[in-house]
Every structure is written in structure tokens, then in C-alpha cells.
Design a protein around this ligand. Sequence first.
Ligand SMILES: CC(C)(COP(=O)(O)OP(=O)(O)OC[C@H]1O[C@@H](n2cnc3c(N)ncnc32)[C@H](O)[C@@H]1OP(=O)(O)O)[C@@H](O)C(=O)NCCC(=O)NCCS
Length: 175
Amino acid sequence: MTEKTDIRESTPDDVTGIEQLYPEAFPDEDLLPVVRELLAEGSTILSFVGTAEGAIVGHVIFTTCTVSGSPENVSLLGPLGVIPDRQKQGIGSALVRKGLERLKQEGTSVVFVLGDPAYYGRFGFATEDGVQPPYPLPEEWYGAWQSLSLSGDAMKLQGTLAVPKPWRQRALWVA
Ligand SMILES: CC(C)(COP(=O)(O)OP(=O)(O)OC[C@H]1O[C@@H](n2cnc3c(N)ncnc32)[C@H](O)[C@@H]1OP(=O)(O)O)[C@@H](O)C(=O)NCCC(=O)NCCS
């Protein structure tokens, strides 16, 4: 990562910068509504920004979720975005690692993500087949549903991921 990038938890003052990042990082997908709703939820999320010279260049959200029938604390990673001219400089990885470190300290046992295994595999995420996502995925996406155990034990949860309201939109899972 370039020396001038700082990774820190976001504050309400960052919302405008975060909102500017998403159309740039995801030109083909409108993630702003879910990002706004998640940021407004506050207590159920962890939100980190990457900043360079005062500007927000990367952002990630981790949402607290539950698995049906389990007392474990689990989290959903996403969205994760870095502005195009700062990609491939380690900012996305630094945001993910910062979040995983915090979640581990807080006692979260498993983190789930729907994303490219070629990217998330570098953090130790692997295909998840015990816990189902909130909506059935298209067959070609099965390998994209992944998890990472933070507890050290071979945690094998079974059930369905229960997500808070902002994530309860089928289009976010099958687009
Ligand atoms: C995906 C994204 C968050 C990665 O952030 P980043 O800061 O560019 O990533 P890092 O610098 O930490 O890591 C770069 C590495 O990830 C790889 N990479 C980046 N995006 C990737 C993707 N979608 N799939 C697989 N690998 C990817 C790069 O090729 C590079 O590989 P290398 O280390 O072997 O050279 C960023 O590229 C982005 O915002 N992309 C557009 C939005 C998006 O697709 N987000 C969803 C993530 S699944």
C-alpha cells in the first residue's frame, strides 16, 4: 500500500466521500441505496475507509448477522470498493484485514462474503456450503459464496444467514 493511505473506522463526516466513491468503483451497479441504509443502521455495522490526502479512496462495510439456530456472532463483508486510480495498491486488502482483525477482537466467529474467490481466497475465505445465503444464488455463483472462520476452531455452522433489513433485497444477491 502507498505510504500516504490511512485505514480507519469511518465517521458521519465521511458519508459524502463514501457516497462519491461507489459510482466510481461500481460503474455498472447502484450500491448507493444499500450503502446509505447500512451507514444509517450504525450499530449493526463496522465501516472502514481508506484515505489519501484527505480524500476517501476505499471503503468496506461488515454487517453483524446471525445464522438461524446458532448463538454465534457472524458478519457479512461487503460492499468493498476502491476508486479505480487507486486500485491494486493494497488498499482493498488493508481494509479487509483491518475489519477481520477488529471482528476477531470482538469475538465474531465467522465472516461471510459473496465475491470473487480469486480475490477473497488471499484472506483465507473458502467456499461455504453449510450456511446458505439469504436468497438462493444462481448456480454459476455457488463458488462465490464464501466464509472465513476467525475462531480458530473448525467452525461448521449450518443454517441460513439472517441479515438486517438493508440486505433483504433479492436484487443484491442475484443481480
Ligand atoms: C476488488 C477491489 C475492492 C480490490 O481492491 P484493491 O485495492 O484494488 O485490491 P488490492 O490492491 O488489495 O489487491 C490487488 C490484487 O487483487 C486483484 N484483484 C482486484 N480485483 C479483483 C477481482 N475482482 N477479482 C480477483 N482479483 C482481483 C488484483 O489483480 C491484485 O492481484 P495481485 O495482488 O495478484 O497483483 C477493487 O479492485 C475494486 O473496488 N473493484 C471494483 C469494485 C468491486 O468489484 N468490488 C467487489 C470486490 S469482489
